[in-house]
Write a protein that binds this ligand. Structure first.
Ligand SMILES: [Zn+2]
Length: 354
């Protein structure tokens, strides 16, 4: 580029180069930039002189001035990089420090997909009048099983491969049996203890199962429990709540269906399926719903009267419904993630996509 400059412009360029070589800070470089490319600088002067030139020289003069400007910008960039490299080298040896040097912007993180979906669902349920509750991840046997109508010899315990905690130092006492909660349902019991009906709560949280890990099973995953206790609640209210929730999530009406399901703490118990929201046409079937056009959404049901009674709620007066949303599953559905292990895997390449 420089070879195409006229002798006069080359002289300007060499002068600028000499000053840049002598520069020791970004401030020096900015001064050179001002003197050549700034208002009233050398390039501006050259451009201003063009109208005084014979017409046949004007085009070359204009192009030459622009080339000079580019050449100076390039040499200033080059010198700036040199100065930065020098400063880094000096900083490593502990000598010299130029606070005016620019530094690369720090990489910013983003919310984990489970966190974003949890917050979104919390907003939806809050707008429906629900309270968001929290509970301990290390839980007592009585809250996780006993008071949810799952006594020690109940076969339903086999469905939950439980991580038990070893309690040392304490006297052996079955009331002190600790475990990592296998579902968020234990917070139902805590809610019934603490709140007087009528109430509506949701409980997002981590749960743990001793599973063989594969693409659809993890030892640690997320659920969101819901519990509503009031006078005169029926299965119709449960379906209404689920349909409202789905309408908020997908911004349109979603058909649901109930299949019988067995969970000791609800009676009757159901599996709630939703019409697959990802099918190209309703009922068409797609990869997400495995071509059935339905996706399993959550186990749910009317709270078993015995569960209400165990927490001191008058089961003659009050009824309740409960549902257990698979949060991890919803996140996978939402973002079309096909392997649950990504969620807790901590792989930056996965997480940085959100
Ligand atoms: Zn589908």
């Amino acid at each position: 580029m420089e070879s195409t400059l006229s002798p006069e412009l080359t002289e300007h360029l060499e002068a600028a180069r000499a000053r840049a070589s002598a520069a020791t800070s970004n401030e020096d470089l900015r001064a050179i930039d001002r003197d050549y490319a700034g208002k009233g600088g050398v390039v501006a002067g050259l451009l201003a002189a063009i109208p005084t030139l014979p017409p046949e020289e004007r085009r070359d003069a204009g192009q030459g001035a622009n080339r000079l400007k580019q050449a100076i910008a390039a040499l200033l960039d080059e010198r700036r990089a040199e100065l930065e490299a020098d400063a880094i080298a000096e900083a490593r040896t502990g000598k010299g420090f130029d606070p005016s040097l620019s530094i690369p912007a720090p990489a910013r993180g983003s919310l984990h997909p489970v966190t974003s979906v949890t917050r979104e669902l919390e907003d939806i349920f809050t707008s429906m009048g629900y309270k968001v509750l929290d509970g301990p991840e290390v839980e007592l046997d009585s809250y996780n099983f006993e008071r949810l109508n799952i006594p020690a010899d109940h076969p339903a315990r086999d469905m939950h491969d439980t991580f038990w905690c070893e309690v040392t130092g304490a006297e052996r006492d079955s009331r002190m049996d600790l475990l990592l909660r296998t579902h968020t349902s234990c917070v139902q019991v805590r809610a019934m203890e603490e709140l007087a009906p009528p109430f509506r709560v949701v409980v997002p949280g981590r749960v743990f199962r001793q599973e063989s890990v594969d693409a659809s099973h993890e030892h640690t995953f997320h659920q969101m429990e819901g519990l509503v206790v009031a006078e005169g609640l029926t299965v119709g209210h449960l379906i209404g709540a689920m349909k409202t929730f789905l309408r908020e999530v997908f911004r349109r009406e979603i058909e649901v269906r109930l299949r019988p399901g067995y969970f000791p703490f609800v009676e009757p118990g159901f599996e709630l399926d939703a019409r697959c929201p990802f099918c190209p046409k309703p009922g068409a079937g797609c990869k997400v719903c495995k071509h059935t056009s339905w996706v399993e959404l959550c186990p749910c049901g009317m709270v078993h009267p015995a569960v209400l009674a165990k927490s001191g709620i008058d089961n003659e007066k009050y009824t309740g419904f409960a549902f257990g949303l698979g949060l991890s599953r919803l996140v996978m559905l939402r973002y079309q993630i096909d392997d649950i292990r990504h969620l807790m895997g901590g792989d930056q390449r996965f997480l940085s996509q959100f």
